[in-house]
Ligand binder design. Sequence first.
Ligand SMILES: [Zn+2]
Length: 310
Amino acid sequence: MKSPYRSMMILLLALLAATPALADLKVATSLTDLASVAQFVGGKHVSAQSLCRGFEDPHFVPAKPSLMKAIQHADVFVSTGLELDSGWLPLVLPGSRNPKIQQGAKGFVDASEGVTVLEKPTGTVNRAEGDVHPLGNPHYYADPKNLEVVANHLADVFSELDPANAADYAANAKAFGERMEGSLVKWEQAMAPYNGAPVVTYHKNFVYFADRFGLKLFGTVEPKPGIPPSPRYISDLAEAMKKAGAKVVLYQPYYDADASNQVAKLAGATAIEIATEAGGVPGTDDVFSKFDTLVSSIAGALSGKSGGAR
Ligand SMILES: [Zn+2]
């Protein structure tokens, strides 16, 4: 005979098993890469989520009420910094009405702190002309080494907010750094044959990757960050690429594939879609798989053995 109490107990146990353990720290980030690093560093003590998804342009995320709600109860907010999220975060953060994560609060982190910034402007910056990199290039997460800086920074922040687990955060950050160093050797070997190869990118979001792996940035499909190309600009760029022997155009899922493919076609080059942010293309769920995929696609395109205009 079935006892109703027994059925209820089984149901309760099943519910308990299905409920994830409550994390000590709820972390939200403006970028998928930062959520990935936060999850590695936080381990079981942290649940991390990104507001911008990997296939969205991190400069231009719609400041929807759902994003504000998503961070209502966050303990930590990790901003990319360098104004990468300045078009939407100043609306989303106050909209959350969460005092713990407002700028200046203990739970607000600028992940660019400690990173060596490239392309710092020397003259006056004209935002009206669409320059979305006024503090230097904010796409530092395209260099694996910079993510090590972020990991150590986050370990410090988590330890301060949750001292009971400080030893775990430090150990996780160390393990993250070691895994990144080991992976870097592998990625550098894969890129070594293409040292000095010229590449064109849609947006100036590849300077840190190029710097780390010895590629030469030949030009961008958009004439300035945030400004789409004119037909004249496209044909001039393609002409210059032909002369220089630049064979590869790289663009992210959220940029104009048509313009990139048009440039490539005119120049006799190959345009490929890549993910600079984790989750941008399938199979890039964390920062390690992101770089694995990025390196193999770019090495493949430069070798001329894979890719192809789409
Ligand atoms: Zn940018």
